[in-house]
Design a protein. Structure first.
Length: 425
């Protein structure tokens, strides 16, 4: 077992039982099948058993680590990440640090991040800064450095390590490319953590629109910053150059936090009247949180009729609110009525109905709803795709045929080069 082999199998499932099938095997009580596969180096099966074992006290934790130890010993990141996460959760930071250190020494950015967190948690801030400081050109690690060092009197030192303020392309694949990196959010967060809210606000405000380009990330961060610090007047006066929607959401959230529910509702209603479906979505969620389900449904019903285009996201929320209110039948009736009036794909209608049934705890009915659209065993058997092979295996497990499911996967995923190539394409 080595990293290259594990990476290959993780991508292709070659010799391994895919994670959804492993989860079903566990759910249906076929634990011995999982144990045999784990013994032969199947990561997904070992991880599923370890996750279950870790919930059963000290003895279970010993079992969990034993299941994953050989994988983590290779330095393969998914295993190291899983094991160190468990150890940290159990307050066994020293062991997690020992496991992370070799990967961090190679420059693995996620190992560096997690190691720095653990060192800081133990009070070894100097070590965390020494680890992340020289790598602050990586914005993820720079952001971690800023968060970990906040409030420890090291602001000047950290400021000297951060890359200069600058904006980069809003799309990483835009024609012509750019070497510029967008460091505005990093510096704004650094200023905020120092309590320099006015400076952070000014920095983000100057960079919401740069040379005619709107930076949505800057606008959103500015709105959330103002909301976190109760800057209501500034949210109401938010610059009208592309970030108004973020300001609206942040202001409504601030009003709700202050228990000014009627004002929050009025604010979102005003924007909803202008035809803003996102405001309607937020208004419906707000109303539902405060038990006003009928009003929420009315808001969403109206916008679903007037928004135009793809309204699935609106209808899904409407149905969820009805289900939460104990009105699953009304949700089904709404879906049917909507498709009757607007037309549309019959399968899409069935999928929406099935989702309502699942939300209301009727998974069997949901499966029956979609039965006419399910491919036959024969179709899945000869589909020539990884997805088809997995779907048939899941079906066999649900029928109580775990051995047949595993044999099918071995046949389709181990030896079928074409299937593997299709998955990697």
């Amino acid at each position: 077992m080595d990293r290259a082999d594990l990476d290959h199998r993780h991508r292709t499932y070659d010799g391994w039982i895919p994670p959804t099938v492993a989860a079903l095997l566990y759910e249906h009580g076929h634990h011995e099948v999982l144990r045999r596969a784990a013994t032969h180096g199947d990561w997904f099966c070992a991880r599923r058993l370890a996750e279950a074992a870790s919930e059963h006290g000290p003895d279970g934790r010993v079992t969990a680590l034993a299941l994953l130890q050989s994988f983590a010993a290779t330095g393969w990141w998914p295993a190291v990440d899983t094991v160190t996460g468990m150890l940290a959760e159990w307050d066994r930071d020293d062991e997690a640090i020992v496991l992370l250190r070799p990967l961090a020494d190679t420059g693995h950015r996620y190992a560096l991040r997690d190691l720095a967190r653990l060192l800081a948690r133990q009070g070894h801030l100097n070590q965390a800064i020494a680890l992340l400081g020289p790598r602050a050109a990586d914005l993820m690690l720079a952001g971690e450095l800023v968060e970990l060092a906040a409030g420890h009197g090291r602001d000047a030192e950290i400021a000297a390590l951060l890359p200069d303020v600058g904006t980069g392309p809003t799309h990483p694949f835009q024609p012509g490319g750019s070497d510029a990196v967008d460091t505005v959010p990093l510096h704004a967060r650094f200023l905020e953590l120092q309590g320099r809210i006015d400076e952070a606000t000014h920095l983000l405000g100057r960079h919401v629109c740069v040379e005619g380009v709107v930076y949505a990330d800057h606008a959103e961060q500015l709105a959330r910053l103002l909301g976190r610090h109760g800057r209501e007047a500034e949210l109401r006066a938010f610059p009208a150059d592309g970030g108004e929607e973020y300001a609206l959401a942040a202001l409504a959230e601030l009003l709700e936090e202050q228990d000014r529910i009627p004002e929050a509702v009025a604010l979102l209603k005003q924007s909803t009247r202008t035809g803003n479906p996102h405001a309607a979505f937020g208004l419906a969620e707000l109303l539902a949180r405060h038990g006003r389900h009928d009003e929420a449904v009315e808001v969403l019903s109206t916008v679903a009729e007037t928004a135009g285009g793809d309204c699935d996201w609106i209808i899904h929320l409407l149905c969820r609110i009805l289900v939460d209110a104990g009105r699953a039948d009304d949700a089904l009736t709404y879906v049917d009525d909507y498709f009757t009036r607007h037309g549309g794909n019959h399968k899409e209608q069935a999928l929406m109905r099935a989702e309502v049934m699942k939300l209301s705890g009727h998974a069997v009915d949901a499966d029956a709803e979609l039965a006419e659209f399910a491919r036959s065993d024969e179709e899945l058997l000869h589909s020539g795709t990884v997805d088809g092979a997995i779907a048939l295996a899941e079906r066999l497990v649900r029928r109580g045929q775990p051995q047949k499911a595993v044999a099918h996967l071995r046949d389709r995923l181990d030896g079928a080069k074409a299937v593997r190539a299709e998955h990697l394409r």
